[in-house]
Design a protein around this ligand. Structure first.
Ligand code: GLC
Length: 543
């Protein structure tokens, strides 16, 4: 019979202190569980069917009950919403769609009163075309200081009608758009790695640094506990903007030699951001880093750069014990040498929800539940995406409602990310499921999500929401969730088990047979055990 064997090299130590975080300090984020809110989709305090800040504040009781430590809000700054807030026209104001500065202050105070930290998305790689700087750049002449804050170049060819290089936009189509000059003639081109409404800033320009510093201080002085830094591996560009041999241009999954990202000059930018952050020692930065090489990844979280970096390996791994173990080992290895903290995430607003990624239906749900236990068992910082606690799948949306710029820019070949951004079903038996007091929602909520509402899951002990609550509570309270080391057990094919230094054992069964468990008391399992055995597509915690 398949069984798990105990490693001989390290003895269980239940007396170990609570996690001694790496990075030299006991900073709150090193062991925290962050909950990502996609503000459009979390809760609508009004009637327009779009989530907002009052809606979030109204649900703080739910978030406290869930047991998370900190919020990460996707962008709520002023934006024309070409990329739903990742195109910022004023980084020091709240978009009226979401509320105003008073609503933000109120949310932060109310969250703090419940012991929940609040972090915000910051978008330093680009602005919106509606940002006053870009508007001024359009009006100004080539070579002007206004244009020098962005990346304007003359086109190629005798009449400049060819883009300056062959870079594609991440969202499809070219990464360059040609502007019309004040004389009415076609003129220079500007670079936009993302949509044409998101011009890239020139990070060699001192104005750009000075303005980001203003933005950092603006929010930190208002009590914000830190920032998720969008495209933290972007910003710096190679001097000559060379052509590239494009093999892939997959959405947010760039390769390490992609000249649009991961330029070594980016580290000076992070070091500079850190000097500002160091004046606010209780605030954290976590960077979005799509970098595969472990050494190059680790460079971003050297002690004088970002505090944390998103490692997306777990979100990309297929549901197989080998792939997941490799993702875990690599994520730990990437930070170890620089004394950093590992981070774990199964999904966010850019990737397919885990239930769907793992096969959908009951199997996908079982696997997603299992992976939650794997994630929360690991040493370091965890990021949960709103709706994952309900086991939401990606929604199948009709073409007519799609809003992600990817859909248009790819010429309707890529459906984009709307399927993982559908509003949260709160209560009741039909859409809009209490999301809004209005009638419609910005993306339709599938009618068959009635059994997935918060209300119905709170009542069921076997629901995914109940599993999340129990798991988060155990993780926060049990001393066995401590220590930075992970020791692997010998285990049957397509299964694994590891033990934290503090004594927690996590077993994953990704095989098709039930397996016997290692010795110990079962704290929690993602699926009930059958005759003491762990069924397929399940995980368990033991002490
Ligand atoms: C990041 C965000 C993504 C956004 C892009 C451009 O990757 O996570 O949602 O579209 O940056 O800002």
């Amino acid at each position: 019979m398949a069984t798990v064997t105990t490693p001989a090299d390290r003895s269980t130590d239940n007396t170990a202190p609570r996690s001694e975080p790496s990075g030299g300090g006991r900073d709150w984020w090193n062991n925290a569980v962050f909950y990502q809110i996609y503000p459009r989709s979390f809760a609508d305090g009004g009637t327009d069917g779009v989530g907002d800040l009052p809606g979030i504040e109204d649900k703080l009781g739910y978030l406290e009950l869930l047991g998370i430590d900190a919020l990460w809000l996707s962008p709520v700054m002023r934006s024309p919403m070409a990329d739903h807030g990742y195109d910022v026209s004023d980084p020091r104001d709240i978009d009226p769609l979401f509320g105003d500065l008073a609503a933000m202050d109120s949310l932060v105070a109310a969250a703090h009163a419940r012991g929940i930290k609040v972090t915000m998305d910051l978008v330093p790689n680009h602005t919106s075309v509606e940002h006053e700087w870009f508007q001024a750049a359009l009006e100004a002449a080539p070579g002007s200081p206004e244009r020098a804050r962005y990346i304007f170049r003359d086109g190629k060819g005798a009449d400049g009608s060819q883009p300056p290089n062959n870079w594609p936009s991440i969202f499809g189509g070219p990464a360059w758009t040609r502007v019309t000059e004040s004389d009415g003639k076609p003129g220079q081109w500007y670079l936009h790695i993302f949509a044409k409404e998101q011009p890239d800033l020139n990070w060699e320009n001192p104005d750009v640094f000075a303005d980001l510093e203003k933005t950092l201080r603006f929010w930190l002085e208002r009590g914000i506990d830190g920032f998720r830094i969008d495209v933290a591996h972007g910003m710096a560009k190679p001097d000559d903007l060379p052509d590239h041999d494009w093999n892939t241009n997959e959405l947010l999954r760039n390769s390490d030699d992609d000249p649009r990202f991961n330029n070594p000059a980016v580290h000076a930018i992070h070091r500079w951001i850190r000097t500002v952050m160091d004046e606010y020692p209780n605030a954290v930065t976590v960077g979005e880093i799509w970098v595969r090489d472990n050494v190059r990844f680790g460079e971003y979280i050297r002690p004088d750069e970002l505090h944390l970096g998103f490692n997306f390996r777990l979100a990309e791994a297929e549901f197989s014990a080998d792939a997941i173990r490799a993702a875990i080992e690599n994520s730990i290895r990437a930070v170890k040498d620089v004394g950093g903290t590992p981070t774990w995430t199964l999904s966010n607003h850019d990737v397919e929800r885990e239930v769907t990624r793992y096969g959908g239906g009951e199997t996908g749900t079982s696997r997603a539940r299992a992976m939650l236990l794997v994630e929360l068992a690991l040493p370091g910082t965890c990021f949960l995406y709103n709706g994952s606690e309900l086991g939401l799948p990606n929604a199948n949306l009709p073409d007519s409602v799609l809003q992600d710029p990817v859909w248009e820019r790819s010429g309707h070949t890529e459906r984009g990310r709307d399927g993982c951004r559908v509003p949260i079903p709160w209560e009741g038996s039909a859409p809009p499921f209490g999301f809004t007091t209005g009638t419609g929602t910005w993306l339709p909520i599938p009618a068959d999500w009635a059994s997935l509402t918060v209300e119905s899951q709170l009542e069921r002990i076997d629901s995914t929401l109940s599993l999340y609550r129990t798991a988060l509570e155990l993780r926060a309270q049990r001393p066995e969730f401590s220590g930075e080391e992970v020791d692997w057990y010998g285990s049957p094919t397509n299964c694994f088990a590891f033990r934290r230094t503090g004594g927690l054992v996590c077993v994953l069964n990704a095989s098709t047979e039930s397996i016997a468990m290692p010795p110990g008391e079962v704290l929690l399992s993602s699926t009930p055990l059958t005759a003491g055995k762990l069924p397929p597509n399940a995980a368990a915690w033991l002490i």
